[in-house]
Design a protein around this ligand. Sequence first.
Ligand code: SF4
Ligand code: SF4
Length: 286
Amino acid sequence: MSYELKDKETLNSELRTPNSLLKLSNLRRFVMFSVLIFFLLQFFRVKALVGGLSGSLARWFVKLIDVFAYFESLAASKDFTTTTLIAVVPIIGIYLIFGRAFCGWVCPMDFLFEIVDGFKNWSKVKVKASPKIGYGIAAGLLVVSGLLGIPFFTNYISHLTNFFRFITGGVFLALNLPFEPSVLVYSGGVIVFLLVFEYIFPRTWCRVLCPVGKTYGLFNKVSLLKLKYYPGECGECNLCDRLCYMNVKIARHIDQPGLRDINCIYCGRCAEGCETKGKLVKLSLK
Ligand code: SF4
Ligand code: SF4
């Protein structure tokens, strides 16, 4: 069986057309904006989620903390009896089910990066750095946090923290509430830096550097959610590989029952783009 070979730009534009109605893509953007709106409601006295994407308090008074932020706070405080352990358990539970889906479904940077990626043929720029470098960086950040006694990445560098500070600053400004302008400038600067970095080195932040994504990537090895192949229909067009922002070599695993790549963010672009319309490649919880 063979399928017409389309270039990546054509594929990307097809994925944006209303025709293809990309249920999965629409759904994951809906999830991302819903989470964001739930957080923003706190400024209008609806306390569904209080805090930010790195750590929060849920409406039912459950504390939640991102897994890497948890390890950083542990390294910084050296308090192994800390109540943050309770806060990280529900998050670990969620990602034991959904693996690195946080990146494709919740992280606002994936959405912003996808917009930046749309401005160029990013596939022409390939940074060869091994994704494993990120684990060395994550370990280094834990050491720095331990030495300084503060969660260094989470407090100063994190895209999640800075994105949320920036949005918060905007809301405070709009509501005419007091807000430290330097925080707005700094957090905005970090986000702009990451967007420019994305433009020059597409998906290098997500694939190689981001300690949050790298940590969630480890869950892919055991999570219920996985990318599955149903053999027999592959036309070897490589659409799946060419659509993947995370450079996962999907077609190489064609003879295997499930793909458990630490870089897969379960965005479903490969499944949506596959000409077999889901007969071959699917996201599966089974
Ligand atoms: S790797 Fe980091 S920046 Fe990229 S989507 Fe995941 S959490 Fe967000
Ligand atoms: S392998 Fe598929 S689901 Fe995973 S990141 Fe790539 S395109 Fe998205």
